[in-house]
Design a protein around this ligand. Structure first.
Ligand SMILES: [Zn+2]
Length: 131
């Protein structure tokens, strides 16, 4: 998403904020929509079954290069989201993004600046500090 598209999205969100003007409403909706993302992913595993979770301890102590990391570190997920689950997860992420953007707007924080700062942080920290 380009900076311009982010600005446009933030503007669009700010125009739709009437019902949830209070920052408290926005904060509680942000929590609720965040929980909803986890719930939809969980339902993909427990109800649909399109993805499975096989979790175990990650062997970070054995990893000393990017190649080894890519072989050994796993996201614990097997399978792929089916179209239906993917749509639900995307909707949940979208709602969360809406309220996150709304919170930014209420606190006079520009979304493109947040993204820019985070991208720079990722560049600076590199692979091994993101765990
Ligand atoms: Zn599914």
């Amino acid at each position: 998403m380009s900076t311009h598209a982010l600005e446009q999205f933030q503007e669009q969100v700010s125009q739709l904020l009437l019902r949830h003007r209070s920052v408290l409403d926005i904060m509680s909706k942000l929590d609720q929509t965040s929980a909803s993302i986890n719930r939809t992913v969980t339902k993909s595993i427990t109800d649909c079954g399109c993805i499975e979770l096989h979790a175990s301890k990650q062997p970070f102590h054995e990893v000393d290069s990017l190649d080894v990391a890519q072989q050994r570190i796993t996201n614990h997920v097997t399978g792929e989201l089916c179209e239906h689950c993917k749509e639900l997860v995307q909707q949940a992420i979208g709602s969360n993004l809406f309220y996150l953007t709304a919170l930014c707007t209420q606190l006079d924080i520009k979304l493109p600046e947040v993204l820019e700062q985070e991208a720079q942080k990722c560049n600076t920290l590199g692979l091994f500090n993101l765990t």
